[in-house]
Write a protein that binds this ligand. Sequence first.
Ligand SMILES: [Fe+2]
Length: 155
Amino acid sequence: MIEYNRNNLIEHVRNQFKIDWHGLHGANHWARVFHHGKYIAQRREADLLVVELFAFLHDSCRFDEGRDIKHGERGAEFAYGMNGNLFHLNGNQLDDLCFAIRHHSGGDISTNATIQTCWDSDRLDLGRVGIIPSPKFISEVASEMIDYAFDLSIK
Ligand SMILES: [Fe+2]
């Protein structure tokens, strides 16, 4: 695996980011998603690189802080276009990343550990809008982290 340059990726994302960098769906949220994702990925043997890229890309193409129902689709296309340039995923990894991004706000659950880890990590940060995620929509590992993640989300 060729390591990717995180700073270059973040700079590329930031250059086209259309909403508040410090807002509800900006860099602070992504940092917490990344933090949760690393832990869950290790516990569940999910793909750490895919989970990391999800954290930085899933909300990267939002036009607003509301539902913005197409932001997942735009984000997946943005991610797809970066592969081979800003990072280097194989076909399965790219499929998982794009699927996770495209469908992250639909309330789906997945038996694929990498995809579910992406969604777990995002859902664990719902505390920032006062929502406690339901264990029905997150993995068992993530369920153990609900209180911890809630406290972290409102700091
Ligand atoms: Fe998110």
